[in-house]
Design a protein around this ligand. Structure first.
Ligand SMILES: [Zn+2]
Length: 139
C-alpha cells in the first residue's frame, strides 16, 4: 500500500477480519493490518478491542495499540492498514472516520455488515481528509 492505489491482503487475513467483525456485532469491531517490510500483501491481522463498545463508532485502546506496535517492531512488520466495521451503514468512511484518520500512509479498510450474510469490504486512503478508494486484492 504505502502510496499505491492497491491494498493487498491474504485470504486468511480477510477471513480473520470478517470473523472479528461478526464476533463484535452489533458493535463496531476494529483491528490493525501488518505486513513484513518489503512485502506487498498484509499477512497479519491484529484484532483490537473497541473501547467505545458502540454500534456507530470505534476507539482502539491506546495501551493495546502500543503493545501491537511493539510486537510489530520485534517481528519486522509494519502497519499497513486500519480496519473497522460498520454494522448498519455502507462501507464508506464516516465524517468522524475521516477526521480521525491520522495515518496518510496506511489503508483504511471498512467492512459493512448491513447485510450480515454478505459482508462488503472496501479500502481507502485518507490524506488530509480527502478520501480515495483503493483497489482491493485478496491473494
Ligand atoms: Zn466508521
Amino acid at each position: 500500500m504505502g502510496g499505491s492505489d492497491v491494498a493487498v491482503l491474504t485470504r486468511s487475513v480477510y477471513e480473520a477480519m470478517i470473523a472479528h467483525a461478526q464476533a463484535g456485532y452489533p458493535n463496531e469491531a476494529c483491528g490493525i493490518l501488518a505486513a513484513k517490510s518489503g512485502e506487498e500483501a498484509c499477512g497479519v491481522f491484529y484484532p483490537m478491542r473497541n473501547l467505545d463498545e458502540s454500534s456507530i463508532s470505534y476507539f482502539m485502546d491506546p495501551k493495546e495499540q502500543l503493545g501491537v506496535f511493539k510486537r510489530m517492531r520485534q517481528e519486522g512488520l509494519e502497519m499497513r492498514g486500519i480496519f473497522h466495521s460498520h454494522v448498519a451503514s455502507e462501507a464508506y468512511p464516516s465524517q468522524k472516520d475521516v477526521r480521525l484518520a491520522y495515518y496518510p500512509e496506511v489503508s483504511y479498510l471498512i467492512v459493512s455488515l448491513s447485510d450480515r450474510q454478505r459482508p462488503v469490504l472496501r479500502s481507502y486512503r485518507i490524506v488530509e481528509e480527502a478520501v480515495s478508494e483503493q483497489e482491493l486484492r485478496v491473494v
